[in-house]
Design a protein around this ligand. Structure first.
Ligand code: SF4
Length: 213
C-alpha cells in the first residue's frame, strides 16, 4: 500500500485493522479519478509576525489569540498565510456519487482529504527550499480550528490573501470553505535551525521540543 492509500484508509477509520480488498480497490480507483479531475491551487503571502508575552499573535494586521499557536510560533519573525484547494470539480464528483453510490462518495471524501494534505506537503517541501535561501526554517502548518486557534480566522486569512479572486476559495456563513476540499493555514518562519516534521508535531519524535503545540 503506498502512502496516500494508507492515509486515506486511516481517514476511513480502519486504524490498525486490515482493510478489505474491495475497499482498497475503491480507494485506488478514487485516487485515479481524483488525479484526473482535481486542480490543486494555492495562494500564499508572507507577513511580519509579532507574538506578545501573553500569547497574542499578530500576523500582518491579523490578531489571533491562541496559546497553541503562540507556543508553536515562538521565536519566528515572519509567517506564511496560505489557502489551498483541490477545486470545485472534486465537490461535483462527490455530490454525484452521494446520489448514486454512497460507499464511493465516502471513500472519495477520505481520498480528497489525503490528496489535499499530500498537495500541501509537496508545496511545503518546495517552499522550504526557497525560505532556506533567505535563512528561514519553517514550523509546521497550523490551521484555524486546530486546538484553540479560532476557526473564524479563516475569513480574515482568505480576505488577506484575496483568495476568492486568486483561486476561487470562499467561505460560507457557517465557516465552511468552498470548495470543500480546501484549507487555510499559517506557517511560522524562524531563523533558528529547527527541522520540523512535515506531518507536524503529532508525528514528530522531538519529545522535548519547546515549540510543540
Ligand atoms: S515538535 Fe517537531 S514539528 Fe513540532 S515544532 Fe518541535 S520540531 Fe517542529
Amino acid at each position: 500500500m503506498n502512502s496516500r492509500v494508507k492515509e486515506a484508509v486511516r481517514y476511513l477509520g480502519y486504524g490498525r485493522h486490515a482493510v478489505d480488498k474491495k475497499t482498497e480497490r475503491l480507494v485506488r480507483d478514487s485516487f485515479e479519478e481524483l488525479d484526473r479531475i482535481a486542480k490543486g491551487r494555492i495562494v500564499y503571502r508572507i507577513f511580519e509576525l509579532n507574538i506578545s508575552d501573553d500569547g497574542r499573535v499578530k500576523i500582518g494586521e491579523l490578531h489571533i489569540t491562541s496559546k497553541n499557536l503562540a507556543k508553536n510560533m515562538r521565536g519566528c519573525r515572519r509567517a506564511v498565510l496560505l489557502g489551498a484547494t483541490l477545486g470545485i470539480e472534486v465537490d461535483m464528483l462527490m455530490k454525484r456519487y452521494s446520489l448514486t453510490e454512497m460507499a464511493r462518495a465516502v471513500v472519495l471524501q477520505a481520498c480528497g482529504a489525503a490528496m489535499l494534505e499530500e498537495y500541501l506537503d509537496e508545496w511545503q517541501q518546495e517552499y522550504e527550499k526557497e525560505a532556506l535561501k533567505e535563512g528561514f526554517y519553517l514550523r509546521p502548518r497550523f490551521s484555524p480550528g486546530y486546538g484553540d486557534f479560532d476557526i473564524s480566522c479563516q475569513e480574515d486569512i482568505l480576505r488577506m490573501l484575496d483568495a476568492a479572486k486568486k483561486i476561487g476559495l470562499t467561505i460560507t456563513d457557517g465557516h465552511m470553505l468552498t470548495p470543500t476540499k480546501s484549507v487555510t493555514a499559517v506557517i511560522g518562519m524562524s531563523k533558528e535551525k529547527v527541522f520540523c516534521h512535515k506531518k507536524g508535531c503529532e508525528e514528530c519524535r522531538k519529545a522535548d521540543c519547546i515549540y510543540r503545540r
